[in-house]
Design a protein around this ligand. Structure first.
Ligand SMILES: [Zn+2]
Length: 505
């Protein structure tokens, strides 16, 4: 966006002055002061201001509550879990080795990347077994990630639902093999559940902390990483007898985004927030939608449950604890990646404070000079580097515009690249031929699926455009693009990687 801004400014247009507000400047992997200069150069802001020392600082301190403490609670790492072992050793390894993959030495992060790449390769080669195998492995992998933090019952429910979607119309030998392997695993889990397995240490810690912190008319916020975490923790907490006894009830809050199933529409969001404000629900389990800006005066504790974002997130989450004498916590496994990241964030936080001090010491004139110098470098890069502007600049289909777009899973033709339109940041298909071919549902939020009956994979969701006309928001992970005269399709992970022209709606 700023590239467009600077280009327009350079070519003599009058552009508006940008005013930016922030609660924490961030570091963006550099030194916070250099980052501050860089951000200002980018935003074309030559001057900044901050709360003044002395009177202003006192005024701020007296008008807002700051949490008394922010503590990292580390729980011991789980020792080997029979369910994890059974899934990894008996199921995932068996499926992987049939496909010629060796996944035994991969950690979670590596495995995720590996499966994404193999899945893309399999799609390119149209290797059905590999596509199916990767699909199973991805679901098992996701299950393991969820099960790291969440109750078994909720995670297994998720897996069962997910595996239902993987059932193909005409199963191959390999399909059947995967199916048998996962059924064996599900049977094993059922036995484990009936023998009542131990609740995870971090879940116990969470309940313990809620009980310890919960007094009178207070509210508590539990911040989590994914929508699934929010939904399943809500269920878990509301089932917990010790919390029920104390009449502590939880609700969940997740983002809007129309293409995903666990998201909440706006009116649901405000209902949940209302219940939290009124106190009919005293606990809110939320994803990072609540990390910024949620202002409930009674909120007296914030627990981040295995959720660490960046240094800004660490500062922001603390700001949700609005009551006086409030407290913040992070529950994470000892020596985990999250533990490490949080420790880093706290160092960066000191660096951000230092940046403001440094800015004060330098004074207006010297800071301005630094920003202008940075801007000179930035504008030099602007003329030599970077993609040309798409939505605003180019007004014609360019050579990166896809000729045709197909289903990534079965190759079925879906639409032409020229039928794509930009609605804000959402990409929708506007083409009567697409509608006729795919025969999508008409109400907002419903899934659009591939017209090929044996495929039927999700392509996106229905959203409402102006005058309530339905539009079809496509997810790029279900599509392949044929561009120019290229023989092989191109696959993208994010819409921002696709450089074709899309007309704004
Ligand atoms: Zn398809």
């Amino acid at each position: 966006m700023m590239r467009q801004y600077h280009r327009l400014k350079l070519s003599g247009y009058t552009v508006p002055q940008i005013i930016a507000l922030t609660a924490s400047v961030g570091t963006n992997k550099k030194n916070a002061f250099d980052h501050l200069v860089h951000v200002c150069a980018n935003l074309d802001c030559l001057e900044i201001c901050a709360i003044g020392k002395g009177v202003e600082e006192d005024e701020l301190r007296n008008s807002t509550n700051t949490p008394l403490s922010d503590t990292i609670l580390s729980v011991p790492k789980e020792i080997s879990d029979p369910i994890v072992k059974a899934l990894k050793d008996d199921v995932m390894k068996a499926i992987a080795s049939r496909l010629g993959y060796d996944i035994s030495m991969m950690d979670n992060q590596k495995l995720e990347t590996f499966l994404a790449v193999e899945h893309d390769n399999a799609c390119k080669k149209n290797d059905r077994d590999a596509i199916i195998g990767c699909d199973y492995l991805k679901k098992f992998h996701r299950f393991l990630i969820y099960y790291d933090d969440l109750p078994l019952v909720e995670c297994i429910q998720w897996l069962i639902e997910g595996l239902k979607e993987s059932t193909a119309g005409n199963p191959t030998q390999f399909d059947k093999f995967c199916r048998i392997k996962s059924d064996e695993f599900l049977k094993f889990v059922t036995i484990q559940i009936s023998n009542s397995i131990e609740v995870k240490a971090k879940l116990k810690k969470l309940v313990e902390m809620i009980i310890y912190l919960h007094t009178g008319n207070c509210r508590g916020l539990v911040l989590v990483r994914t929508k699934f975490h929010a939904v399943s923790l809500e269920t878990f907490l509301n089932k917990h007898s010790d919390l029920k006894k104390r009449q502590i009830f939880a609700g969940h809050l997740t983002g809007q985004g129309s293409a995903e199933e666990l998201s909440l529409p706006g009116n649901q969001q405000s209902k949940v927030l209302d219940e939290f404000r009124k106190g009919t629900k005293q606990l809110l389990v939320a994803t990072d939608v609540a990390q910024e800006g949620l202002d409930v005066a009674e909120c007296s504790y914030v627990i981040r449950y295995e959720f660490v974002s960046n240094e800004i997130g660490t500062v922001q989450s603390r700001g949700r604890a609005r009551a006086s004498q409030s407290k913040c916590f992070l529950i994470t496994e000892a020596l985990s990646l999250n533990y490490q990241r949080e420790t880093d964030n706290r160092l960066k936080e000191e660096d951000m404070k230092q940046a403001i001090t440094e800015w004060r010491e330098k004074g207006i004139q010297e800071f301005r000079t630094l920003v202008q110098k940075e801007q000179t470098d930035l504008l030099k890069n602007l003329s030599t580097n970077g993609p040309q502007p798409t939505a605003l600049g180019a007004s014609q289909p360019n050579k990166e515009t896809a000729k045709t777009i197909h289903c990534r899973f079965c190759d079925t033709f879906l639409c032409r690249g020229s039928s794509l339109r930009l609605q804000g940041t959402t990409i929708v298909c506007l083409d009567p031929a697409f509608e006729k071919l795919v025969n999508p549902p008409k109400s907002a939020g419903e899934k659009v699926v591939c017209p090929n009956r044996t495929c039927h994979r999700e392509l996106g969701a229905v959203i409402l455009l102006s005058r309530n006309a339905p539009g079809y928001a496509l997810q790029i992970s279900s599509l392949k693009f044929f561009i120019g005269n290229e023989m092989l399709p191109r696959l993208f992970k994010k819409w921002s990687q696709y450089q074709g022209y899309m007309q704004p709606l």
